[in-house]
Write a protein that binds this ligand. Structure first.
Ligand code: UDP
Ligand code: MG
Length: 331
């Protein structure tokens, strides 16, 4: 092939205005409806777009359905995983393979309404960096889903300091620059607005429609709550202490050593004032254990500090984030 005519599409290269990303796991029945609805909503926007469907290792005919439609419409691009890697990984892959300035994520089961995309885009045009959907009238099981998620959302909002009503709604729109450096793991896709807000992005939340699931069934059970809570702890930790892990490990270690010291004093007081033998009480074991834990935590803190330095230096990352510079060339 003539190398001059060979155009290499590198991920991230701008080819269109809008990339819509859909994570798909065993949604065979809803795919034809989903695509029809998506194209119906996007064709009239007057923007160039692509739809990136990420097949997350489906075991049903999802990929077959996607192939059929992608033969007819070239705007439908498909990324197929070898095995099920989870919704967050699917969304991450979609972002990596996307080319649009604006990125919209949406569920494949038509619980989100593709017609809401245009409203999200209006807000992006107004200058917001992230527009997050809020399933105000959520159509899922009342107690098992809605109540539990309301409590979870409160907790996340309190811990993160970013006040949203509904983190779990997949329907969201982002400006590419606030999302391109975010790496997602576990259940973390719901925390993108939090990351973005921490980095100084303008986040807006707007009510969107929500419909009951028509085809197939939900892929999640209650175990998701535990995962979300654990992920939140990691996110919070990484935000606050990524550059100074010794403050967490060292703080815990010092506390432990303090307890050990008090236990020793108590032992001595009991022996010499109250005449109670040390071995009659559990105090020696307590003192020894807290002493050990304290020393180990301090050492782990130092180890973590070393790892953090390797992390920043090897990845070329910086421990700060600059919005803009004036009269200064990029370093
Ligand atoms: N999904 C996925 N991988 C998974 C689980 C789910 O890509 O391992 C997709 C699924 O196909 C759907 C979206 O993530 O498009 C949300 O899943 P679901 O509707 O089951 O979640 P719920 O709406 O019940 O919270
Ligand atoms: Mg759903």
């Amino acid at each position: 092939m003539n190398s001059l005519t060979e155009v290499r599409l590198t991920p991230g290269m701008k080819l269109c205005d809008l990339s819509v990303i859909v994570p798909i796991y065993n949604e065979e029945e809803s795919i034809p409806h989903l695509c029809a609805r998506l194209f119906g909503s996007l064709d009239v926007l007057g923007k160039t777009f692509e739809i990136i469907c990420v097949d997350d290792g489906s075991s049903d005919g999802s990929l077959r359905e996607l192939k059929k439609i992608s033969d007819l419409r070239k705007e439908l691009r498909v990324v197929a995983f070898r095995r099920n890697c989870g919704q967050t990984a699917a969304m991450m892959a979609g972002i990596d393979y996307s080319h649009g300035d604006i990125i919209v994520t949406i569920d494949a089961d038509l619980q989100n309404d593709p017609d809401d995309i245009s409203a999200l885009l209006t807000k992006i045009d107004e200058g917001f960096d992230v527009v997050s959907g809020w399933r105000k009238d959520r159509q899922d099981a009342v107690i098992r889903r809605n109540l539990v998620s309301r409590i979870a959302n409160r907790i996340i909002s309190r811990i993160s300091g970013v006040a949203l009503h509904d983190y779990g709604c997949t329907l969201k729109a982002y400006r590419r620059d606030v999302i391109k450096d975010v790496r997602l793991y576990g259940e973390m896709h719901r925390f993108i607005p939090i990351y973005a807000a921490w980095m100084g992005a303008r986040v807006y939340e707007m009510p969107v429609r929500h419909h009951p699931r028509k085809f197939g069934k939900s892929k999640y059970g209650l175990e998701r709550i535990a995962k979300v809570v654990l992920d939140l702890m990691v996110v919070k930790f990484l935000d606050r202490y990524l550059v100074k892990p010794i403050y967490v490990f060292g703080g815990f270690g010092l506390l432990s050593l303090l307890i050990s010291g008090f236990t020793c004093l108590l032992m001595i007081w009991l022996k010499f004032v109250e005449a109670v033998s040390m071995v009659q009480t559990p105090l020696p074991i307590l003192a020894a254990m807290t002493f050990l834990v304290g020393v180990l935590s301090l050492l782990m803190g130092i180890l973590a500090e070393m790892m953090v330095r390797t992390y920043f230096e090897s990845s070329g990352r910086r421990s700060y984030s600059v919005r803009e510079t004036i009269n200064i060339k990029d370093i």
